[in-house]
Design a protein around this ligand. Structure first.
Ligand code: COA
Length: 258
């Protein structure tokens, strides 16, 4: 399927989704959110694809936020729908059973920071900058930022970042746990692929179960119960038999996702 605002490329089972509105610093307009949803849905269903990277076109921005020109005049009912729509698509990313890395190549502001936080792992280039500048506009994050940032970096730092609208650079983001790695820009995709390569080598069902357990944190459900059930689900798989045999036989496991 062709997209207007996304570039898709796949190699060795890894899909790279590039948000491609560089002239608008890859701001997320409605069309881009719709396309992102479709691309993620295709990714869910394509068994040839084992992992994904989300990044931004150009050297300046990952995503500089939701497209301000599209929502500057909305009334409250539309605004709620607007937020719920972004939340829904970002939840698809977070709840995907296959790993998704945000490769953050520049500004990750507002909805861009929220998109990065919806991914399972974040790798930033040295020139990346992060922030939730919504209060500068008289609004607050609406694509899950208040929840995910608080979980990622803790309440005190989340309050400060979101209330001041301050930007942090990649090194500060690393220090506060907002990103997992910082690398030179030219190594951004390679580092992301290196991490995904490791994950792809593990048992896919175990990875999927891990994702649902970790995502259960903060949702009000009993995460320990979810974990015990997920553990049992893994123990039922062919892959567990293969992993245990491979350990005993001192060889690399060959997981089939069954
Ligand atoms: N929505 C819509 N358009 C945006 C945008 C956004 N979130 N962020 C950047 N753009 C557009 C600019 O309007 C500009 O378009 P134009 O050339 O047609 O005028 C283009 O992208 C380049 O941005 P510009 O502001 O000229 O670049 P800069 O280097 O001077 O500043 C930023 C970069 C990121 C600091 C600045 O663009 C910015 O503050 N963006 C908004 C960030 C924000 O508040 N995001 C949260 C939204 S809820």
């Amino acid at each position: 399927m062709g997209f207007e605002n996304l570039l898709l490329q796949s190699e060795n089972g890894i899909l790279t989704i590039t948000i491609n509105r560089a002239d608008k610093l890859n701001a997320l307009n409605v069309k881009t959110i719709d396309e992102l949803e479709a691309a993620i849905s295709d990714f869910y269903d394509d068994d040839q694809l084992k992992a994904a990277i989300i990044t931004g076109a150009g050297i300046k921005a990952f995503v500089a936020g939701a497209d301000i020109s599209e929502f500057s005049n909305v009334e409250a009912t539309q605004a709620r729908k607007f937020a719920e729509r972004g939340q829904e698509v970002f939840a698809d990313i977070e709840n995907c059973h296959k790993p998704i890395i945000a490769a953050i190549n520049g500004f990750a502001l507002g909805g861009g920071c929220e998109l990065a936080m919806a991914c399972h792992i974040r790798v930033a280039s040295e020139n990346a900058k992060f922030g939730q500048p919504e209060v500068n506009l008289g609004i607050i994050p609406g694509y899950g930022g208040t929840q995910r940032m608080t979980q990622l970096i803790g309440k005190g730092k989340a309050f400060e970042l979101m209330m001041t609208a301050d930007m942090v650079d990649a090194q500060q983001a690393l220090n506060i746990g907002l990103v997992n790695h910082v690398v030179p820009a030219e190594q951004l995709i390679a580092k992301s692929k290196e991490i995904l390569g490791k994950i792809i080598g593990k048992a896919p069902i175990a990875i999927a179960q891990l994702i649902s357990c970790i995502n259960a944190v903060g949702t009000g459900v009993n995460g320990y119960q979810i974990e015990a059930n997920a553990f049992a689900n893994c123990c039922r798989t062919e892959d567990f038999k293969e992993g245990a045999s491979a350990f005993v036989e001192k060889r690399k496991a060959n997981f089939q996702g069954k």
